[in-house]
Ligand binder design. Sequence first.
Ligand code: MET
Length: 403
Amino acid sequence: MENSASAAPATRALATEAVHAGRDDLARLGLHAPPLDLSTTYPSYDAAQEAERIDAFAATGARLDGPPVYARLDNPTTARFETALARLEGAQDAVAFASGMAALTAVLLVRASQGLRHVIAVRPLYGCSDHLLAAGLLGTEVTWTDPAGIAAAIRPDTGLVMVETPANPTLAEVDLAAVRHACGSVPLLVDNTFATPVLQRPLESGARIVLHSATKYLGGHGDVMGGVVACDDEFAGQLRQVRFATGGVLHPMAGYLLLRGLSTLPVRVKAASASAAELASRLRAHPQVTRVHYPRVGGAMVSFEVQGDPREVIAAVRLITPAVSLGSVDTLIQHPASISHRIVAESDRHSAGVSDRLLRLSVGLEDVDDLWGDLHQALSAQTPRSVNHRSSGVRQPSAPAVR
Ligand code: MET
C-alpha cells in the first residue's frame, strides 16, 4: 500500500483526489473497496527487528515500513484516510485521532513538551476548544486577542497561534495571510472544520497546522467521530509519538467511514452551501430575524439572531433536526449558548460576539424550499413554554407526499 501523501500525481483536481487519494493501490491489489484492518496487534517472529522498528518510531514518529507492530502506532485503514485528507489540504501528511478534541490535545501536548506552553488564540473558537485553553487543562497558558494583537502577544515560550475561520458559532472570519504574517516564526493552527478543504486550504496561506473535527463534514453522515491534523512530516511524526503515548487513536472502522466520506465531500459541501446561501438570504428578509451571519468563503453553516426566545425556534422545528453538531446530510439547528458554547463563561461568550439570541444552522442536503418551509413555520410558532424534549408535546408529522 502507498502510504505516502506524495505518491499520487500533483496535478489532480480536488474532486478527483476526494475519490482516489488513499486508494491509488486498490486496483493493483484487485480490490474496489478499501480493506478494513481491525487488528490490534501484528505478529512477528523477529523480535530484534521489532525492537529496531520501535526505536525508529521513537526517534522520529514516522510511519513504519511494514505492519505497525501495535494498533496504537498506526493502522493501514486509518492511514488511507490520513493520506487522502493530507492530499485534500495540500499537506505532506496528516494524523488522525479519536475526536477533534483529541487532535487539538495532541497538538498542544507536542508544543508543551518542547517547553512552548503559551498559546495565543482568537475568539470565538468552538466551545470545548475555548474551554481546553481557558482552563489550562493541559498545563498551557492562553492569551486571547484579536488578529491585530497577535504580534504583540508573542513571548519566548509561545508555541502556537490558534484561529478558527469561519469560527464556531458566529462564522466570523480572519484574514489568514495577515494572521500568518503576524505569527512570525510561531506556527499557526487553523481549525478548518467549517470551511473544509473544498472551500479553504489554510496551508496555502502559510498556516503550519490544519485541524478538523472529522465528525462533521469529512464524515458527513453523523455516524462517525474523529479528528485529524494536516501538517508537515516533522510535526506529523511528533503527533504520532504523542498519539502513541496518550492513546487517542481513531478506530479503524471510523477511518474507513471517514475515507468513504471524503469521496463525496466536494459534492456535499457545494450542494449544501448553495442551499445555505439561499436560506441566509431568505432569513435576512424575515421579520423575526434581527441578524444573519454567513461567511464570505461560503459554506453550509448559517447563524442568525432572533427577536424572541431562540429556544422556541428549536422546540418548533419538525423537519430540521434539533441537535448539536454539524456537517451531516440532514439539517441541524442548535442554540450555542445552551449547548456548543455552554461551557464558555457567559461574559467571554458575549465579548466574542456569541449572543444569547444566536441560533446555528448546519444546512444539509434536503430541498431548500422544504427547509425554508420548516424554518419559516418554526420562526412564526408560539410554542408553549412547558414543552420540552422529554415530556415532548412534539407532533410527529405524518409522512408527506413526495413532490
Ligand atoms: C458537545 S457540543 C459541540 C459539538 C460540535 N463541536 C459542535 O460545535 O456542534
